[in-house]
Design a protein around this ligand. Structure first.
Ligand code: PEP
Length: 261
């Protein structure tokens, strides 16, 4: 059953955004890697800026910690100045974040483009972490379900049903990102339940049982344990707190919650 507690391996991913160039990335990772490596039962993913991925890979390749990119273009190569191709990421990254709200709001990414990127990720053996989330105006106007539905239907259309266990969806309410105001655990669960129901409708419960749905938005060392404790939240996408050793504490909270189930 797709809503079953404890059936999925949690995934905690750190989105460094535009922070840490190659030298800083190497130094920071060298500092947290031993502690991160020691945490069992949780997929641990670090997503540096693209220019720092190779430096990070030099450290993580022999570890259980995986890398993700923060974005990519859907084409393999060509005249796309400034873009990164799935072929360039393959071999360095296991995951790629797609459709982050900052990409959608600041760089004009649409559900249609995010969908093309997700299809390209699957085609190239990268696991997409597809972000969806409503604005505060949407929530206040009771439009959360409508907005999430459009994003899920648009961004996650036509994916290979037999490989959906490679898909991660990050529910990130925009009003909670970088604001210090996390969603309540109940609000996060309510929307994640909507996302799971939509995926079931699109692909059937049997196919979606392995899809992991994370929560993201002001996850901290202080609130991680509560978010991790209950059903439905299969991990976290962490922004600000992933730039410090708090990322280890957050990851550990998901490992401990998994063990307690
Ligand atoms: C994010 O950017 O994905 C995010 C969740 O940021 P923060 O944790 O800083 O709110």
């Amino acid at each position: 059953m797709s809503g079953m507690v404890g059936a999925r391996r949690p995934i905690v991913a750190g989105n460094w955004k535009m922070n840490y160039g190659p030298t800083e990335a190497h130094d920071f990772l060298a500092r947290i890697l031993p502690d991160l490596e020691a945490i069992a039962g949780v997929d641990r993913v670090v997503c540096p800026p693209s220019i720092s991925i190779a430096a990070a890979h030099a450290l993580t390749s022999a570890s259980g910690v995986m890398l993700g990119a923060q974005n990519m273009y859907d084409a393999e190569k060509g005249a796309f100045t400034g873009e990164i191709s799935p072929l360039m990421l393959r071999g360095l990254c296991d995951y790629v974040i797609l459709g982050h709200s900052e990409r959608r709001a600041l760089f004009g990414e649409t559900d249609e483009l995010v969908n093309r990127k997700a299809l390209s990720a699957f085609a190239h053996g990268l696991r997409p972490i597809v972000c969806v989330g409503e604005r505060l105006e949407d929530r206040d106007a009771n439009l959360t379900e409508r907005v999430i539905t459009a994003q899920v239907r648009g961004s996650l259309a036509n994916l290979p049903a037999d490989r959906l266990n490679e898909l991660v969806v990050a529910y990130e309410p925009i009003w909670a990102i970088g604001t210090g105001r996390a969603a309540t655990t109940q609000d996060a669960r309510d929307v994640i339940a909507i996302i799971r129901a939509l995926l079931d409708e699109l692909y059937g419960e049997a196919a979606t049982a392995g899809v992991r749905v994370q929560y993201g938005g002001s996850v901290t060392a202080a609130n991680a344990a509560e978010l991790a404790a209950g059903p439905l939240i299969d991990g976290a996408l962490v922004g600000g707190a992933s730039l410090t050793a708090d990322f280890v504490t957050i990851t550990r909270a998901f490992a401990e919650a998994k063990q307690a189930r």
